[in-house]
Design a protein around this ligand. Structure first.
Ligand code: HEM
Length: 294
């Protein structure tokens, strides 16, 4: 059996990432943690545009196969696991034939689905990834001093990208009421709530910038970042733990991630903002902060 080196590489990167997170918590310096998060996101999401959708989904499911099959004998399975045609929904060859059911449905939806559905996924991944990266540039270089014009332009681009990425997500989710492996209507409403968390925080970031209320603008931009980290990274990290734990149920793990990841991301961002803001404040005077995000 050929080993999927890419998936093994992801596991190594995840271990390094946890070390960087612990180090960040101890030193209050999260730069390397954020940088690796962005690099991993580019590696995972960029492959959709290089390898195509079904192959990238198989890679994604391959990351979860190990945990989901942990402790199961070759002939054994669990209630929430399923098989896929020719075992094409994984990069593990014949090593794993049982996969999480949402994963099998996800692969099937895009292997045999209409082109419009694929285009929506490309739009969702492409524009949300652009927004994710731009958002970090914005936080790294606030609109102070001579940076104002660029900050404003990038802010508009970020807002435009997250708008298109979220519209694509809402559209994709509108099909989910018939996908029982995701949780049916509960998945549809969950993804819509996730979109609402992301878009509401993005909109508040824009509104406060327009009002030139820069203190609130900074607060909302951190909450927006939390929602984006939640809906992308926290979602996938939670799934890594919950999927094996609830492998006897078809959709408990995925539904928990769908409903909780974005609000949890915002809550974590807010927690750190409050905790670290005691030592760092941003004045809202326009003379000191000259540019808005939009
Ligand atoms: C507004 C919050 C979000 C919502 C509601 C959402 C929703 C969705 C939906 C519905 C799917 C496709 C499932 C299907 O139709 O079968 C999906 C997949 C995906 N989304 Fe999102 N998403 C959000 C945020 C993000 C963000 C911020 C990113 C990247 C920066 C992202 C990247 C992806 C990727 C890469 C996939 C494919 C699965 C994977 O390989 O990880 N999503 N998302």
């Amino acid at each position: 059996m050929e080993l999927p080196l890419g998936v093994l590489g992801i596991y190594v990167a995840l271990v390094v990432w946890v070390v960087l997170l612990i180090r960040g918590l101890r030193t209050r310096s999260f730069g390397p943690f954020f940088a690796l998060g962005i690099a991993l996101l580019l590696f995972l999401n960029g492959r959709y545009f290089i390898e195509g959708i079904p192959a990238s989904i198989a890679f994604f499911i391959g990351i979860y196969d190990v945990g989901n099959n942990l402790g199961l004998a070759d002939s054994e399975t669990a209630g929430g696991l399923a098989t896929c045609v020719d075992n094409a929904c994984t990069v593990w060859g014949d090593r794993y034939t049982n996969h999480t059911s949402w994963g099998v449905a996800f692969h099937e939806r895009f292997l045999n689905g209409p082109q419009l559905r694929r285009n929506l996924l490309y739009g969702h991944i492409g524009f949300n990834s652009i927004a994710f990266i731009l958002m970090h540039l914005q936080l790294l270089r606030p609109g102070t001093g001579s940076n104002g014009g660029r900050h404003r332009l990038l802010g508009r681009l970020t807002f435009g990208a997250v708008t298109i990425g979220t519209v694509c997500a809402v559209w994709l989710a509108s099909e989910h009421s018939s996908v029982s492996e995701y949780g049916g209507a509960a998945a549809m409403w969950g993804f819509w709530s996730m979109s609402a968390f992301v878009y509401a925080t993005a909109s508040m970031t824009a509104v406060t910038a327009r009002r030139r209320d820069y203190r609130s603008h900074r607060t909302w931009s951190i909450r927006f970042a939390g929602s984006m980290w939640g809906s992308f990274w926290l979602f996938r990290a939670m799934l890594l733990v919950l999927d094996p734990l609830f492998r006897n149920s078809e959709s408990v793990a995925i539904l928990a991630c769908i409903w909780l990841s974005a609000p949890l991301g915002i809550a974590i961002a807010e927690f750190f903002r409050r905790r670290y803001d005691g030592t760092q404040t941003v004045d809202s005077k326009p003379s000191e902060v000259s540019a808005a995000t939009v």
